[in-house]
Design a protein around this ligand. Structure first.
Ligand SMILES: O=P(O)(O)OC[C@H]1O[C@](O)(COP(=O)(O)O)[C@@H](O)[C@@H]1O
Length: 256
């Protein structure tokens, strides 16, 4: 692990297989993370499947046997779980309900097994010239359904983390300024996310490293008294330059 990683990461969510692996020196990955003050977690969904009768919309799989798996992951040292639902501006009501239901069942099962569920309803950044207002409308609609189902399944809201998208215009529309992104994103959260949720950890969703950083900074500065902590759980915006620079070659580690 890179020496700067512990300063940057509070938690890490490897795939199931990695949770049970060790370093070349034989130290379990879980122990490496714990010794650096990083909470290990686990992605528990098993991927996407097309919902028949829709225009390629997906439902996230992985509920079968989830309780048993969560039990094993907890014993192995995991303390949180992650499940990603993929939605879009203009999602059908079938896709919204299906994904909200699966997120709620997953969160309920994860909590019953001692894991903090990261609930990730991602309204993907797509092609088209839709406006930031349209993205905000669909994001609000989708999050509201997700929370209706979380409540339906008695998920303890104080013990989840939300991983949503920021509100952004379509890829073919003019880009929005960080101030606009902050305004629409926090308005959407204020309308649909209960204050009991402790943290909103945004995904980067295809934003560049710089864009995602500036947008997050704008959000935090504009809303210092937001009821939830506003922070990040970036994938691509954290890893892409690092992976490119490293390129699997240990001689490049010093450049990181
Ligand atoms: O692991 P999954 O569920 O396939 O998700 C893919 C990526 O999407 C994320 O959930 C969000 O990633 P981005 O920040 O790049 O949008 C990452 O954590 C994850 O690596």
């Amino acid at each position: 692990m890179h020496a700067r990683a512990p300063r940057l990461l509070a938690r890490a969510a490897p795939a199931a297989v990695t949770l049970f692996q060790s370093t070349a020196a034989g130290v379990p990955f879980v122990e490496v993370l714990k010794s650096q003050g990083i909470f290990p977690g686990i992605k528990v969904d098993t991927g996407l499947e097309i919902i028949p009768g829709t225009d390629g919309e997906t439902s996230t799989q992985g509920l079968d046997g989830l309780g048993e798996r969560c039990k094993r992951y907890y014993q192995q040292g995991a303390r949180f779980a992650k499940w990603r639902a993929v939605l879009k501006v203009g999602s059908s009501s079938t896709a919204i309900l299906e994904n909200a239901h699966a997120l709620a069942r997953y969160a309920q099962i994860a909590q019953a097994n001692g894991l903090v569920p990261i609930v990730e309803p991602e309204v993907t950044l797509g092609e088209g010239d839709y406006t930031i207002e349209e993205n905000a409308y669909w994001s609000e609609k989708i999050y509201s359904h997700v929370f209706r189902l979380l409540n339906e399944y008695n998920v303890v809201l104080d013990a989840i983390l939300l991983k949503p998208n920021m509100c952004l215009p379509g890829l073919d529309a003019p880009t929005a300024s960080p101030a606009e992104v902050a305004k629409y994103t926090v308005r959407t959260m204020a309308r649909s996310i209960p204050p009991a949720v402790p943290g909103i950890h945004f995904l980067s969703g295809g934003m560049s490293e710089e864009e995602s950083t500036l947008n997050l900074q704008a959000l935090q500065e504009a809303y210092p008294n937001a009821p939830w902590s506003l922070t990040f759980s970036y994938g691509r915006a954290l890893q892409s330059t690092t992976l490119k620079t490293w390129a699997g070659n240990k001689d490049n580690v010093a450049k990181l």
